[in-house]
Write a protein that binds this ligand. Structure first.
Ligand code: CTP
Length: 425
């Protein structure tokens, strides 16, 4: 595997050599494993280094993070840690472990083990390969379950019959990898997946774990492709029993897809969208508000996420009505949309065909949202106004006038301020 490692970007190669050196000086053998090895062989970019340590993973992570002056997050229960480096690079470090599932669908009990034990506890053959980065056998490939062959044959295969029962989130993971790489299920794996689904294993999983898997699915390059396969294989009961992927929902999600591309193309430098959340809100839009609240409660979303989910459902009718009017002042469009997140605005644009509405939203992004005043606080000060909360009010009034085309120059802005302030006196 040395050849593969040589193809990596220089900073990754350096990081891997450093890990190998530290393994030597700390007498703890280390291996690259999991998704990193899979993607290395596939030639897919992956900046998440996955390392297994035969010894004490957390201690190794501490040494590595100190050496790199990088952040460290420890997960003591699982004897794992994450070293966070700049430029999106991160290293997941695990202590080689054996796992034992005391109850299906619950988190496993963990004891220390060697590399082979660690590979055996993994989900699919393609994720259970390793590469030694130790001095004595740097680059040695370890593939106990035929992962390389499955990768070449484009197959998702579990390591043992109870894989989906032990950890039903693997049902969602299997679909995610299959769709991501355009692979197929090895026939027995497909049978086991369907069986686990018939046994409603996903319902036994802690909802937050399901939520995290669902978010990963919606963060994939082509979430629609993922959802279509979920519909075909397992349905959406694991989110809510009333949920389906009807023709209407599919059409809405397609429209969402094109609106997201529009936004990304047009405004590559604006803030990053929470794309997964837009798709999620689109998917559950078919449900009534009570069911949506139930989902929020079950999945315990972050506050900002729940806020956007409910904002779309609750405010949609009002916004549609206002934005559909024949006549509406730009300042009104601005005041309506300014209070919403970009995610919700994109959903509204995707949902409705009305050309007026679409144009108004485009104007918001294109013109109104970035509009700045010529005047500043210093100008108000020069006019003899003592700083105070009403500065904001004045700015607001002037901005509205500017949005509506009533003032165009700095002089105009200043004249308007004088008018406003004489009225205030
Ligand atoms: N793993 C597992 N069972 C799970 C989750 C993870 O066996 N339920 C193992 C797999 O070997 C996987 C590795 O842990 O490769 C790392 O997991 P994760 O980072 O979630 O996945 P990746 O394979 O790295 O996938 P991605 O490319 O989506 O990050």
């Amino acid at each position: 595997m040395k050849e593969y490692l040589k193809r990596l970007p220089k900073d990754l190669q350096d990081l891997i050599s450093l890990a190998g050196d530290l393994a030597y000086s700390n007498n703890m053998p280390v291996y690259l494993v999991g998704g990193f090895v899979r993607d290395l062989i596939l030639g897919v970019k992956n900046l998440d280094l996955d390392i297994v340590v035969e010894g004490d993973g957390i201690k190794f992570a501490e040494v590595l993070s100190q050496k790199l002056n990088a952040g460290l997050i420890r997960h003591r229960r699982f004897r794992t840690a994450t070293v966070i480096l700049k430029r999106h690079l991160k290293v997941d470090i695990a202590t080689a472990r054996r796992e034992y599932y005391p109850q299906p669908a619950h988190l496993p009990e963990v004891t220390s083990g060697v590399l082979k034990d660690d590979l055996m506890r993994r989900d699919f053959t393609i994720n259970a390969m390793a590469i030694s980065i130790n001095r004595q056998d740097f680059g040695r490939f370890i593939d106990c379950f035929g992962g390389e062959e499955d990768l070449a044959d484009k197959k998702i295969r579990v390591l043992h019959n109870l894989s989906f029962i032990d950890d039903p989130t693997r049902i969602l993971r299997a679909i995610r990898f299959k769709q991501r790489y355009n692979f197929k299920f090895e026939p027995k794996t497909l049978k086991l997946l369907r069986q686990a689904n018939r046994l409603k294993m996903l319902e036994m999983v802690q909802p937050q774990r399901l939520r995290d898997e669902l978010i990963l699915i919606l963060k994939e390059e082509r979430p629609l492709k993922q959802l279509i396969r979920i519909k075909e294989l397992i349905g959406f009961d694991f989110i809510n029993s009333g949920l389906s992927l009807s023709k209407n929902t599919l059409a809405f999600l397609k429209s969402i897809e094109s609106q997201i591309s529009w936004f990304k193309r047009k405004y590559p430098k604006r803030r990053q969208l929470d794309i997964w959340l837009i798709y999620f809100i689109g998917l559950i839009d078919q449900l009534n508000i009570n069911n949506i609240k139930l989902i929020c409660k079950k999945f315990v979303f972050r506050r900002g996420e729940e806020k956007r989910i409910l904002a779309y459902k609750k405010l949609k009718p009002k916004f549609i009505k206002e934005l559909n009017r024949d006549k509406i002042k730009p300042s009104k469009v601005f005041s309506l949309l300014e209070s919403l997140s970009y995610e919700v605005i994109i959903l509204i644009k995707a949902k409705f065909k009305n050309a007026n509405l679409k144009k108004r939203i485009e104007d918001f992004f294109e013109v109104y949202n970035g509009m700045r005043l010529y005047i500043s606080g210093a100008d108000l000060h020069k006019l003899g106004l003592t700083p105070g909360p009403y500065y904001q009010k004045i700015f607001h009034r002037v901005l509205n006038a500017k949005l509506d085309g009533l003032v165009k120059t700095k002089k105009g802005e200043l004249e308007l301020i004088k008018k406003i302030t004489t009225r205030l006196k």
